[in-house]
Structures are given as structure tokens and as C-alpha cells.
Design a protein around this ligand. Structure first.
Ligand SMILES: [Zn+2]
Length: 149
């Protein structure tokens, strides 16, 4: 069985070498979809009976470790020197310094790597992270899938 929880956040970025609009400083309403697979838990009397994982728990992990750190932050590539230095010089600015350019592909991969060890198979139901889908816009997204990158 697969289950998915969607979360949204706002962040700024730019793609320094982009041929078109994305080289400018701008922001997006991003959406993050976390898909887990596992067996449906069969345990009468358990609050998890009939579930792969409680959706609120799926959300809590993604919120704490990806959405809260990235929400209303500027996601900047460390190698984008002028912008990285500028943001570093802004007192108290919420900046997320990345080793890769902040494309949807790279952000999806990063989110997958952050979240993968956090979704444990605590109930012996083979729970695991299968996919992180990162929407940069409603029409553009990237999928980081297990064994797929
Ligand atoms: Zn953009």
C-alpha cells in the first residue's frame, strides 16, 4: 500500500545559469508530497489499525525536517557567490545554503535524503519512503524515487 501526505511552503531561489526567468531572484509556493509504502497494520484496538502510518505523523516528520527549515527561507547555491555573500550579510535572514543549485530536481533529491532515514519501520509493516515529489509550480515538479537517482 502507498500513502501520500502533501505539505506546502513558500521559498525564494534563483538558478544562476538558467537561460530564462529563473536566473532572477524570485519565489515559489512549493508543494512537497511524501509517499510511503508499507503493509496496512492489522491490530484491533491499536490507533494505527487499518493504516500504513498515521498521516499526522507523516506530516510531523516532513514539517520538522524539511518544511519548517525551508519555509520563508531563501534557498541559495553556495557557488552563487554574490547572492550567497549578500544573504549571509543580512542579519537574521533565513537562508538555506545548498551544495547544489536549487532546482526542483535537486530539492526533491535533498528532501528524499533528509527524510529517508526518518521514516522507520517501527511496526514491522515494512514502512519506507518511496518517493518525494517536489512541485515548483502547479505544472512543474520533480520526483525523487527510491533507487531512481
Ligand atoms: Zn523558480
Amino acid at each position: 500500500m502507498r500513502i501520500t501526505r502533501r505539505l506546502e511552503f513558500d521559498a525564494g531561489h534563483r538558478i544562476p545559469d538558467h537561460a530564462s526567468q529563473c536566473r532572477h531572484l524570485h519565489g515559489h509556493r512549493y508543494a512537497l508530497e511524501v509517499t510511503l509504502s508499507g503493509d496496512v497494520i492489522r491490530a484491533d484496538g491499536s490507533p494505527l489499525n487499518g493504516m500504513v502510518m498515521d498521516f499526522s505523523e507523516v506530516k510531523a516528520i516532513a514539517k520538522t525536517h524539511v518544511v519548517d527549515p525551508w519555509d520563508h527561507a531563501f534557498l541559495v547555491y553556495r557557488g552563487d557567490r554574490v547572492i550567497a555573500d549578500f544573504l549571509t550579510g543580512l542579519p537574521g535572514h533565513k537562508t538555506v545554503m545548498l551544495d547544489v543549485v536549487p532546482t526542483a530536481e535537486n530539492l526533491a533529491t535533498l528532501a528524499f535524503r533528509i527524510l529517508d532515514p526518518l521514516y522507520h519501520d517501527s511496526y514491522g509493516n515494512h514502512l519506507r519512503l518511496e518517493r518525494v515529489r517536489l512541485f515548483e509550480t502547479p505544472n512543474c515538479w520533480a520526483d525523487a524515487v527510491r533507487d531512481g537517482f
